[in-house]
Ligand binder design. Structure first.
Ligand code: AMP
Ligand code: ZN
Length: 490
């Protein structure tokens, strides 16, 4: 039988696929590091995206960068990937992601009161802001950014399917998924969850009408006395979708009823992802919905929780305002494995900025000519990335390469460019830009005077020269090796 051209190409790709020989990823479902084998010719990848009612935090960005590294590593591996990220622009309530997602106030409605704008305006503003930070942090755009409000009919259709299969029931405030009926069909509910209370359904419950505390809303009715900015007609009444249904509806629309990898923060393991599985498998009778579930550990700030009320839910704007570059933040995320906790402090970010700057200086000094890559370094790099994305070890290897006197500059440059396909630190472009950025003569003179003042330990003079440089629109950073880095303020 003749194979289609596409599958021929796929086989060729697999044969040539020696870039990362094998890709092993920790799978929250099996709780093991599994060999990753794509289910079809095109790898389906989905990351749960932001709720666009406020600025996205550096905690959220840690998770999206995990999605980006997975995407980059798969592409680097020669695979074709269909990557989808959702944008939750409706109906995610303020109850936490650990089991209270159907309670509290609607996040968009809350933002409306805070900002005095309409829900649609708020969503658009924060989507635009998210997309601009997404680009600044050098994340590769997915094939599809899917907005929940643009997929209401798909969500209603999915709820209808669940209803036909006897997996829903209606109560005063909405249509709910019936987890007992789901298990009666032989499925297990909540396999991903670490929370025994969710498995057992022992949570203290607010909504007494629910048959089981762990049942969750598929469709919520608009309050009778209120006209919401975002509400739609449905067979069950005017209202809006529950939070979990959008991810099932949109991932299946773009990636099929079963796909390869699903990424999110560790909190989603408790309810959002078990609920996605229940909705999708319940509707299609196909299991598993997703083969590999990947969860990133949370980012902490100053050793504790990050939160709006604590005043430490920093956005990328806060980082840039303090004159750090987005790439310094990206570099900072790589200081720990994605499944280990990571603690953000301004000092740690400063250290990452310095390290990133030094990296650029090393690369600037390699010259312009790019040779062949070094196969030993590439092999080690591929082994690290292939072993459940050991990005911090890959970064340490990058430093080893740059300091290795036995490797020529043009080979180093080519190898760095390969590494950066996965790391996404924009190393080659940024170092080129820095190199071509000529300092004005006036600034250069002040800088060399300051260099001498620092050698003489004349800190008063050195400080006043710094101010002179700053007045001319340049910033000065002192590097640990005694050099100073001078960049134009933008
Ligand atoms: P949310 O907007 O709260 O639904 O979160 C969007 C994504 O960011 C989800 O995948 C969350 O799990 C993830 N997330 C939220 N807070 C953090 C954090 N502190 N560190 C890492 N990921 C987070
Ligand atoms: Zn989701």
């Amino acid at each position: 039988m003749l194979k289609s051209q596409k599958s021929q190409e796929y086989l060729v790709r697999l044969q040539n696929q020696a870039i990362i020989d094998s890709m092993r990823l920790y799978n929250s479902l099996t709780k093991e590091i599994d060999e990753f084998k794509p289910a079809s010719q095109i790898v389906g990848l989905y990351t749960c995206g932001p709720t666009v009612y406020d600025y996205v935090t550096i905690g959220n960005w840690r998770t999206y960068i995990l999605g980006d590294i997975v995407y980059r590593a798969l592409k680097y591996n020669g695979l074709e990937v269909n990557y989808v990220m959702n944008l939750t622009d409706v109906g995610h309530l303020t109850g936490d992601n650990l089991g209270d997602a159907d309670t509290g106030e609607d996040r968009m409605e809350k933002a409306k009161k805070r900002e005095g704008k309409g829900a649609w305006q708020i969503a658009q503003f924060y989507i635009d802001d998210f997309l601009s930070s997404y680009e600044d942090l050098n994340l590769l755009p997915p094939n599809t950014f899917a907005r929940a409000t643009e997929h209401i009919s798909e969500q209603i259709d999915l709820i209808k399917k669940l209803e036909e299969k006897g997996l829903t029931y209606n109560i005063d405030d909405g249509v709910y998924f019936d987890t007992i009926a789901f298990e009666a069909k032989g499925y297990k509910y909540g396999e991903l969850s670490n929370l025994d209370k969710i498995k057992a359904g022992a949570r203290v419950e607010f909504n007494q009408q629910k048959k089981n505390p762990r049942d969750f809303a598929l469709w919520k009715f608009s309050p009778k006395d209120e006209k919401r900015d975002m509400e739609w007609e449905s067979p069950w009444g005017t209202g809006f979708p529950g939070w979990h249904i959008e991810c099932s509806a949109m991932s299946m629309k773009y990636l099929g009823e079963q796909f390869d990898i699903h990424v999110g923060g560790e909190d989603l393991k408790s309810t959002h992802h078990p609920n996605e599985i229940a909705q999708s498998e319940g509707a299609t009778d196909k299991s598993p919905f997703v083969k590999c579930w990947m969860h990133g550990a949370f980012l902490q700030v100053d050793g504790g929780k990050m939160g709006k009320s604590l005043g430490n839910a920093y956005s990328l704007h806060d980082i840039v305002e303090k004159r750090f570059s987005p790439m310094a933040l990206r570099y900072f995320y790589f200081s720990s494995h994605y499944r280990s906790s990571l603690n953000f402090t301004w000092e740690a970010l400063e250290a990452s900025q310095n390290a990133y700057n030094r990296l650029l200086v090393h690369i600037e000094n390699l010259g312009e000519e790019s040779g062949s890559t070094d196969s030993n370094y590439l092999k080690s790099f591929n082994d690290f990335i292939g072993n459940d994305l050991e990005v911090s070890r890959a970064l340490a290897l990058l430093w080893d390469l740059l300091k290795d006197d036995s490797i020529g500059d043009s080979v180093k440059l080519a190898t760095v460019a390969e590494f950066d396909k996965v790391l996404g630190l924009d190393l080659i472009e940024t170092s080129r830009k820095n190199k071509n950025q000529q300092l004005p003569k006036e600034v250069e003179d002040l800088a060399s005077k300051r260099h001498l003042a620092r050698e003489d330990k004349d800190w008063v003079l050195s400080d006043s020269l710094r101010q002179d440089i700053e007045k001319l629109g340049y910033e000065v950073k002192d590097l640990p090796n005694g050099d100073q880095m001078i960049r134009k303020n933008n």
